[in-house]
Design a binder for this molecule. Structure first.
Ligand code: K7E
Ligand code: CUA
Length: 764
């Protein structure tokens, strides 16, 4: 009986009948499908391990660098379904990033470099914020290697909140990595350059060129980096590379390794051997070992030099204060990864088959006894390699990065040249297993692998070359992330995920239940500052105000209208549009696009987004909502009228194309009354059930109630006009009343279906 009502409503609402759907999918057996598609038992097992049924959730959420796209992207593990791109260093229209005034402010602060506006980034290493060495799911950070910057992403809304420019580096790589409580975020330089950013001839390379490492202070309360409280250390002109923070017994220390400690300056065009020869001649390079806790005190005590307005601890001071040491490492190393217990670190050299396991206990002992093997050209004490090592193991050709398992002593190292992952025991120095990947792996990631308690289970291999893995799409291939099951003794390849973005260097993965993202903003939020927007507007308070040479449009968006629907301006004026999405419903985002002004907004429920743009030419410019938000989404439109300069605003009455009579009015009212009957039956169904036990349904009911209140307001207007015999307005407001009824029913039916599918109980 109730079902009939529902279909009846659909028919009323959309003028369409709905025929029963017959499921005609052929009833093939699993065996038949396997045979037809040529699948093995192993394939089917892998599929079963990664498949998430509709509506299901992934166990882990991965945050991946988007490489040259300047973005970060989010996917689920084990399904490898991409969930979101997060715009960071690059404008991205879907999110209105770099199009609305709010995000432009974030982007602009970090993008004006060297009198040039930078509109891309080369992102490498995402990192989650940590509390006591555990991922806490609050923030994430990402670097730009090309134009040394760090961005802060808030995991409450997956939006970029801040971009800071490194004040002294002209190239970077080793960052961001966070200290165990996220007090500091590390960023290490890569290619040496003068820290004051002036020009010095290459003949002064040893004297004037420098490396560096920056410790960015993170203000957890504000959720922002505190630039003034951040500091750097001047380092020799080696090419610093990856970094990591100590934990447990090594807490307070950070490591940054390096290559090209030969300090070669290149010159292939001058007939000199190229960089790659000059930078790989020596057998060892150096890990920089820095006591950052002590360095922070030294910086606080003012023992710094201001370079470009930024506090830098110079090398002489660092040596004198005993906070900087060098440890030799096999040549051209890449990853430096500290164990979850903080007792060891593993370095792998790209040009060596060995992974080297260092013991912090041994290293600390050498430092304590001042047992040094020598000094580098800048006077930094060097520890003895052999005396620092726990041991070395040959793991394959071209080892790069290492990740830790949940099981004690077990690690996975990416082997670039051999295209393999090697599983080995770093305590007892034994290779346990190897698996082929496709092809030339860079980073790899285990679940929560950087934390003090890695979760193991899965490993993702981030491969540099894809070659023959996917359907060809031209010379530029997608990237390949391969999911590997590491729960057993033998690694098992489960899935290939094509990544159609930049080259993702690194991924971090967090237990999904640690993330608590919101579904809506507090009404009128500037999402980039997390504060109420000064431009927020409530329904009924929309206005157009000319102030300080700008035409401020304070508007709202809600299914299915943009208010105002007509914006009248004069050629040459500058419009500052502010739209607040006054929806409370989940997923009811509205967009805004207008012809010919490069304006594109994404306005999620509760958000206020602005766009300021000059109107150079007179004409008629339609605008519309770009998200298919409701049945009358296409009608969510408006028009900007730009009259020629010096002309007067026309005040003529607006003339519609159609006239309405009492007959039209009566017909509409009859329809509305019938619809109300259906709504009542749905309301009855819901309120007779324990719907309050289902937060999703409570949200839908709240939203439906909103819509019903709007319907009541339109009903009143309609009746007032009818009382005056104004059938034109009476009919149109009756139609608007019906539109709100349709939205109410839409919510109500969704709530009803949810209750039916999730086992709600009848309570009345
Ligand atoms: Cu190895 Cu930037 Cu971490 Cu690329 S880096 S792989
Ligand atoms: Cu709002 Cu379409």
């Amino acid at each position: 009986m109730k079902k009939c009502n529902i279909y009846g409503l659909t028919a009323i609402a959309f003028g369409l009948g709905m025929s029963a759907m017959v499921n005609s999918a052929s009833a093939k057996t699993l065996d038949e499908v396997m045979k037809e598609r040529g699948l093995t038992q192993k394939d089917v097992l892998a599929a079963a391990k990664t498949y998430i049924p509709t509506g299901g959730r992934d166990e882990f959420i991965a945050l991946s660098s988007g490489g040259q796209s300047g973005q970060v992207f989010v996917y689920g593990i084990p399904s490898m379904r991409i969930l979101k791109y997060i715009a960071v260093f690059t404008p991205e229209p879907w999110q209105g990033y770099g199009f609305d005034d709010e995000s432009k402010a974030v982007l602009k602060k970090g993008s004006d470099i060297n009198d040039t506006t930078i509109t891309y980034g080369d992102t490498h290493h995402p990192a989650f914020s940590e509390t006591k060495g555990e991922y806490d799911g609050e923030y994430a950070f990402i670097n730009d290697k090309a134009n040394p910057r760090i961005a802060v992403i808030d995991m409450k809304d997956f939006e970029t909140k801040q971009i800071v420019k490194n004040p002294i580096m002209s190239s970077e790589h080793g960052g961001p990595f966070v200290s165990p409580n996220t007090d500091y975020i590390i960023q290490a330089a890569q290619y040496p350059a003068p820290l004051d950013r002036k020009h010095y001839p290459l003949s002064q390379f040893n004297e004037k060129f420098r490396g560096a490492v920056t410790y960015w202070k993170f203000d957890r309360k504000k959720g922002r980096i505190d630039e003034a409280a951040s500091f750097s250390l001047e380092l020799p002109p080696y090419s610093q590379d990856l970094s990591d923070f100590g934990k447990g017994p090594s807490d307070g220390w950070s490591l940054t390794n390096s290559f090209c400690t030969e300090r070669y300056v290149g010159g292939i065009m001058k007939g000199r051997p190229p960089f790659e020869a000059g930078c790989s001649q020596k057998d060892t390079d150096f890990v920089h070992m820095i006591n950052w806790k002590k360095a922070a005190e030294v910086a606080k005590a003012g023992k710094t030099t201001k370079i470009n307005g930024h506090n830098v601890i110079m090398m002489d001071t660092a040596i004198k204060e005993g906070i900087l040491f060098l440890i030799p490492e096999p040549k051209s190393p890449h990853g430096v990864d500290i164990s979850p217990d903080g007792k060891f670190f593993i370095v792998a050299g790209k040009l060596d088959t060995h992974a080297s396991v260092y013991s912090f206990a041994k290293v600390f002992d050498l430092i304590k006894k001042k047992d040094f093997a020598g000094k580098d050209a800048y006077g930094i004490p060097i520890l003895d390699l052999k005396k620092s090592l726990h041991g070395q193991l040959s793991v394959g050709l071209g080892p790069l990065h290492t990740q830790y398992d949940s099981k004690k002593c077990i690690v996975y190292t990416s082997i670039y040249v051999d295209s393999q992952v090697t599983k080995w025991d770093y305590c007892n120095l034994k290779v346990l297993d190897k698996i082929h990947i496709h092809y030339n792996i860079g980073h790899l990631v285990t679940m929560e692998g950087d934390s003090v308690t890695p979760k193991g289970k899965y490993l993702v291999a981030l491969n540099k070359l894809t070659i023959d893995r996917f359907n060809p799409v031209g010379p530029l291939h997608p990237q390949n992330h391969q999911l590997i099951d590491i729960s057993g003794d033998k690694m098992q390849l489960l899935y290939d995920m094509a990544v159609p973005l930049g080259e993702p260097h690194y991924v971090v993965a967090i237990s999904a239940d640690k993330l608590k993202p919101k579904v809506r903003y507090k009404l009128g939020t500037n999402s980039r500052t997390d504060k109420r927007s000064e431009f927020r507007t409530r329904p009924g308070r929309e206005k157009i105000v000319r102030k300080d040479g700008l035409v401020h449009v304070y508007g709202t968006v809600i299914r299915s209208h943009i208010t105002p629907e007509i914006i009248e301006v004069e050629e040459g004026e500058t419009v500052s549009l502010h739209l607040t999405n006054v929806e409370r419903a989940e997923d009811e985002t509205h967009g805004f696009a207008i012809y010919g002004h490069n304006v594109n907004l994404s306005i999620e429920p509760g958000k206020t987004a602005s766009a300021t743009f000059k109107v150079p030419n007179s004409g008629v410019f339609p605008y519309y909502c770009t998200e298919f938000c409701s049945a009358l989404h296409l009608e969510m439109q408006g028009i900007m009228m730009v009259r020629p300069k010096g002309t007067k605003l026309e005040n003529a009455a607006l003339k519609e194309g159609t006239k309405y009579t009492k007959t039209d009015y009566d017909k509409q009212i009859k329809n509305n009354v019938a619809t109300q009957g259906v709504i009542n039956s749905v309301v009855k169904f819901i309120t007779e059930r324990n719907f309050k036990d289902f937060p999703t349904v409570v949200g839908l009911v709240t939203d439906a109630t909103d819509q019903l209140n709007f319907a009541a307001e339109s009903k009143k207007k309609s009746e007032n006009f009818a009382a005056k015999g104004d059938w034109q307005n009476a009919t149109l407001w009756a139609q608007q009343w019906f539109q709100y009824q349709v939205k109410t029913a839409d919510m109500g039916l969704r709530a009803k279906t949810y209750l039916e599918q999730n086992g709600a109980k009848k309570v009345k």
